[in-house]
Each structure stands twice: as C-alpha cells, then as structure tokens.
Design a protein around this ligand. Structure first.
Ligand SMILES: Cc1cc2nc3c(=O)[nH]c(=O)nc-3n(C[C@H](O)[C@H](O)[C@H](O)COP(=O)(O)OP(=O)(O)OC[C@H]3O[C@@H](n4cnc5c(N)ncnc54)[C@H](O)[C@@H]3O)c2cc1C
Length: 389
C-alpha cells in the first residue's frame, strides 16, 4: 500500500467515490480511496437510486437538477453510463399532504424545474391501474428517474484510475491521525498513509471516523428495506411513485421489474450498523406489499424475486454533513445522506472538490456545514422531518 497521498478519501459509497473521482479529475495529485468492504457495499448499493427534484429547499432542488443532468450524461459527467432511466416521478397527494406538496411545487417552479401539478385523470394515465383512494392530486416531474447505483460507483472509480486515483477495497481506515490542529495521516488495517487531507465519507461509520479526530457527530441510523418483483411481460410503463398516504414508494426496475419500499413518514427503526440482518424481514415485506398492492392492485400479479435491508444514516435535519470543522486543518466531512443522498452525492462532490482545490464551486455548500446545528441554521422542510426534504 502507498505510504503517502495528497488526499485520502475514507469510504467507497456514492459520496466517497464521487469526491475521489472529481479530485483526481481536477488534478489534485495522488488521491487514495479506502473502502473497508467493497465499493457500494452498504447504503449506496442497496439504494433505490431515485433521482428527483422533489424538495422544498432551493439548494437541494438545484443540486438535484444538476444531478439529473449528470446522470443523463454519465459518460462525460460521471465516468460512464449509469443506466439512468428517465421514467418520470410522481408524488401522490392526499388531503393531509396537499399543502406540503404544493409548497414543493412552488419551490420547484421557482427553480425552473419541469414539475407540474396533475389531476386524477392525468394520474390515471401516468400510473395505469392506480387506485385513487385518498388521493386528491399529484406533482409530476417528467425529467426524473433512477440509475444503477453500483454501476455508478464502479464507473466513477474506474474512470478516475486514468487520472491516478488508487482505490483499495477491503482496507479499512482505523483512525485519522492529527498533530495539533492538523491532519497528518490515516491509519488503516494495512498500514499508515501520510496525508494532510482527509475526506470522511464513511457513511454509517462517519461518526466513528469523526470520533477518531475528536469530532462528535449527532447521527441516527434506521433500517430501510426494498423488495424487487418480476412483473408479467407487457405490464406497461409507470413512473417512480412516491405515496406518502400509504407510506410506500415504488418504481420500475429494469424492463419488467418493480422495486418497492416504505417511505416516510415512517418511524425510524434504530439499527446497529455493525450487526444487522441484511435480509428483508417478513413483517416489513408484508407492509411494503400491502401499500404497493393497494395502490396498484395489478402488481399482485408480480413474482417476488428478492429483498434486502440496509441503512439510512440520518442527521438532525435530514440533510448531509459536508465541509470543514472549525479549528481542524485538512479535514472534510461528507456523509449523512439521510435516505436521499444518492442523487446529491455527485453534484455536491463536484463542488466540494472545487472548495478543496481553492476554486469557486458551482454550488455554495456552506448550508451543509456540520456546524450549522450549533449556529442554529439547520434546514427546514415542508414535510417536517423525513427524506422527502
Ligand atoms: C433502501 C434505501 C433506499 C434509498 N433510496 C434512495 C433514493 O431513491 N434516492 C436517493 O437519492 N437516495 C436513496 N437512499 C439513500 C442513499 O442511498 C444514501 O444516502 C447514500 O448511498 C449514502 O452514501 P454514502 O457514500 O454516504 O454511504 P455508503 O454507501 O454507506 O458508503 C459508505 C462506505 O464507507 C465504507 N466505510 C465505512 N467506514 C470505513 C472505514 N473506516 N474505512 C474504509 N471504508 C469505510 C463502508 O463500507 C461503505 O461502503 C436510499 C438508501 C437506502 C438504504
């Protein structure tokens, strides 16, 4: 293993792979990516990977617009084709969710997305066979869709190898080394790498890595599951559907599949990130199927293929932690995706790499700084909490 690097990125999920990619692409020098398991092995590889602009904050909307542009042009923007599928995205609104949905629409229109309000007849056309119980209207985003998260991460890393990125899979960072108020290296289970720049992109272990540098992050972890079914041939097209009333979401999966999961508002299900059962449990499977089949009864014709459980790493305002820590030179946080970080990873990483290189970033990332909580400037969302942002 190398003994020196210009930067060490800890964690090979979407956050770490993206920032390592852009740092290498922009010529930082010797960039090392450490992944203790395999690339995209944890939250990213189990993500529904939906890319939508459905947010009530200007910054996250603008980042998501950029994300859509990047995913749709994966070859140029992300090192390879990410299998982005432009299915569209619809959020179904009931009486209790209409106000939040309209606040989102207003924010989206203010930021010039193509989101529109849709009435029941249009919803019926967009989601054939939909059961309209409890729905009063919807917000539809024609430009949205989903990508292949594992392929995305592999592309980012493989392409960046051409620019000198060195990635070690199966090598865990054990400690960030400091001398006074400066980063001096990263200890790993395969030896130490001396560096003056470290990016903590350890996802669910972001807090643990932070502690090794004397930083105490407030995070919660929730068990989150998805299942995949095969639909009958010729089932027909439908967009990504978010259904806060029945608390499920679902989307196509490839050419004749369905991927579905539970959506917020749902309770956080605390999980030990070092010891959880990665299989879909029966009660959760029943809850996902119940909501999904209620909304589109024809999905019952599908055949269950597989399911899994993974982790949301949740910050106190459900937005990622990105940036420096006061009084600590050479350290950047980049974790806390809070159940919606897949899409945000690449555009934030692009700007974060500019900040690190002393260039002007396309997006001002200051609102994501970890110190926002003690400074009383956390994000607010039209939905209260939750990953709908
Ligand atoms: C079921 C589910 C559905 C989701 N759906 C969506 C969605 O539709 N759209 C969306 O935008 N987001 C979604 N998300 C959220 C999104 O997937 C996450 O926010 C995002 O993947 C987090 O990326 P990450 O890189 O921070 O974390 P991770 O992908 O967990 O990566 C962190 C990596 O760091 C490694 N690591 C940790 N500690 C160390 C160490 N000490 N040394 C070396 N490596 C280390 C881990 O092994 C891991 O691979 C979903 C998440 C889940 C679980």
């Amino acid at each position: 293993m190398v003994k020196f690097a210009d930067a060490v990125v800890i964690g090979g999920g979407i956050m770490g792979a993206s920032v390592a990619h852009f740092l290498a692409k922009k010529g930082l020098g010797a960039v090392v990516l450490l992944e203790k398991r395999s690339l995209a092995a944890v939250s990213t590889g189990h993500s529904a990977a939906v890319i939508r602009t459905f947010y009530s904050n200007d910054l996250t909307i603008r980042l998501s617009v950029k994300a859509l542009e990047m995913f749709a042009n994966g070859e140029d923007a992300l090192g390879g084709d990410c299998d982005f599928r432009n299915t569209g995205y619809i959020c179904l609104l009931g009486e209790h969710t209409a106000a939040a949905g309209l606040a989102v629409l207003e924010a989206e229109q203010r930021n010039h997305t193509r989101a529109v309000a849709v009435e029941m007849d249009e919803i019926g056309e967009l989601v054939p066979g939909v059961n309209a119980d409890g729905i009063v209207s919807g917000i539809y985003e024609p430009a949205s869709g989903y990508a292949d998260p594992v392929r995305t991460v592999r592309n980012l890393v493989t392409r960046a190898a051409d620019w000198g990125l060195v990635c070690y899979e199966g090598v865990g960072a054990t400690r960030i080394r400091l001398s006074g108020d400066r980063v001096t290296g990263v200890e790993t289970d395969a030896g130490e790498i001396r560096t003056e720049l470290v990016i903590n992109a350890a996802g669910p272990w972001g807090r643990q890595m932070g502690l090794s540098a004397g930083l105490n992050y407030s995070l919660r972890w929730s068990r989150e599951s998805d299942l995949v079914m095969r639909l009958p041939d010729g089932f027909g097209r439908f967009p990504v559907v978010s259904d806060p009333n029945l608390r499920v979401y679902f989307r196509p999966d490839g050419d004749n599949g369905l991927l579905a999961g539970l959506s917020f508002p749902k309770e956080v299900e605390p999980v030990d990130v070092d010891a959880y059962d990665p299989d879909l449990d029966e009660p959760t499977r029943r809850r996902i199927e119940s909501g999904t089949f209620k909304r589109v009864p024809a999905f019952r014709q599908g055949e269950y293929l597989k399911g899994w459980a993974s982790v949301y790493t949740i910050t106190d305002d459900w937005h990622p932690l990105v940036g420096t820590e006061p009084g600590l030179e050479g350290y950047y946080a980049f974790f806390g995706g809070s159940g919606h970080g897949f899409k945000l990873g690449p555009p934030i990483a692009d700007s974060l790499s500019d900040v690190i290189l002393g260039r002007t970033p396309a997006f001002d990332l200051h609102p994501f700084r970890p110190a926002r909580f003690i400074e009383g400037e956390q994000f607010a969302s039209a939905w209260g909490g939750g990953n709908r942002g």
